[in-house]
Design a protein around this ligand. Structure first.
Ligand SMILES: Cc1ncc(COP(=O)(O)O)c(C=O)c1O
Length: 419
């Protein structure tokens, strides 16, 4: 195409192509949300229930101990250079200590620090599968898994989670998907978007399938320990006797600081199955971007060891209060069926589309809810399941109450009248 250049000369530039990797990188959330031309109702203040960023409303902030640690770290002359690509020894020791239990020790050499949990996941996918191989992912599941796999040319296969059994894994379905190109199973516990927390017994069933089929697990444990009372989080690496696990985590959610970009991979490999392959592979791959910020690494030990339990209790209390309020309110809202989470910070709600006179599917629900009520949720089709929507449970209580009231009025307006 002829282009006029700054020097006034017309130049015939051929199209400049983006790489296959760039063309294959699709974020399903952005694809659905950005393509919809939606304007909120100008008469109503926008309430966002869609963004998994707990700092959004300012009611949840990082612990003061973490803020102090960052302020101190930034003043240290030693915190400004390039750390090793897989993280400083002090920071890796801190993560190892954080996850060690009386009956199970994590060693610092088994920890790789990353730029957030997203980077940890990318390294694991990239290290464990070649283009054309496949990785088994949960459905519904966090959309980044698909984005990363497609970008790397890895085939995605989806095992079903069962909504009416607290989103447990359909174990038979999982096993039926395995073939000779399957390289790993991804388990997300506690989970986004479901808020599911798996029991030790359920996790052992998954481990058995993986052991039988010689498949390692990529455990996305970014919501580790974020479970409501009467539920227990089980670290897969501790439970697993024989299946090697790479556990991806970070401080984004538990310490309410997603922008600090500090994540990790903890390698659990009791039988040295990763020792000469995956473990050095992850370290080599980490050298591409040299890991997380040196300042956050310098603060990490203090953040992990000094944050009091009362901080986590308060955050979880806020999340659970929201979960309880939304659950009871939406249970009494015509056409909706919420599924109570056991942890993390999300809830999925089923939309009984046949009960509505003019709501065709979850995307339609999402669009109309924004236009009429200025409430943004996420249509669960972005997570691979139709006719559910996801809400985030980190809003201040006054916004939660207002949101529930508006969703109720919205559904009452759209529900079929009973004859
Ligand atoms: C299940 C899950 N895994 C990973 C991440 C990414 O975490 P990070 O912000 O540390 O990259 C998120 C973020 O929302 C998530 O929900």
């Amino acid at each position: 195409m002829k282009k006029s250049m700054a020097n006034g000369i017309e130049n015939d530039w051929p199209p400049i192509a983006a790489s296959r990797s760039a063309r294959n990188t699709i974020n399903p959330i952005r694809r659905i949300v950005d393509r919809m031309k939606i304007s909120p109702n100008p008469a109503k203040e926008m309430i966002s229930l869609s963004i998994g960023d707990p700092t959004h409303y300012g009611n949840m902030l990082p612990p003061v101990e973490a803020l102090e640690a960052i302020l101190q770290a930034v003043q240290l002359p030693t915190s400004h250079g390039y750390p090793p690509s897989f993280g400083t020894l002090d920071a890796r020791k801190a993560v190892a200590q954080f996850w060690s239990r009386s009956n199970y020790q994590v060693k610092p050499e088994n920890v790789i620090l990353t730029s957030g949990c997203s980077h940890a996941l990318e390294l694991c996918f990239d290290c464990m599968a070649d283009p054309g191989d496949n990785i088994l992912l949960p459905r519904p599941g966090f959309s980044l898994y698909v984005t990363l796999c497609q970008s790397l040319g890895i085939e995605t296969r989806f095992y079903d989670l069962i909504p009416d059994e607290n989103w447990q894994v359909n174990i038979d379905h999982l096993e039926s998907l395995i073939d000779d190109r399957t390289r790993a199973v991804l388990i997300n516990n506690p989970s986004n978007p479901c808020g599911a927390v798996y029991t030790a017994a359920h996790l052992r069933k998954i481990l058995l399938v993986c052991e039988r089929n010689h498949l390692p697990i990529i455990a996305d444990e970014i919501y580790a320990d974020m479970v409501f009372p009467n539920n227990e989080f089980h670290f897969l690496g501790i439970l697993s006797e024989n299946v090697p696990i790479v556990s991806c985590g970070g401080i984004a959610k538990r310490f309410i600081c997603p922008g600090w970009r500090l994540g990790w991979i903890v390698v659990h490999d009791r039988h040295n199955l990763f020792k000469d392959t995956i473990q050095p592979g992850l370290i080599d791959l980490s050298s591409r971007i040299l890991g997380p910020s040196s300042v956050t690494q310098a603060a990490l030990s203090h953040i992990l060891s000094e944050t009091p339990e009362s901080y986590f209790d308060d955050i979880l209390h806020q999340i659970q209060s929201n979960a309880d309020y939304f659950y009871h309110s939406l249970l009494n809202t015509p056409g909706l069926q919420p599924i109570m989470p056991q942890g993390a910070m999300y809830m999925l709600i089923r939309i009984n589309t046949k009960d509505f006179k003019d709501i065709e599917n979850d995307k339609d629900f999402f669009t109309k809810l924004i236009c009429e009520e200025s409430i943004s949720c996420l249509p669960a089709s972005v997570f691979g399941i139709d006719n559910f929507f996801r809400i985030v449970l980190t809003t201040p209580m006054d916004k939660t109450e207002e949101a529930c009231q508006r969703i109720l009025e919205f559904c009452q307006r759209h529900i079929k009248s009973v004859t």
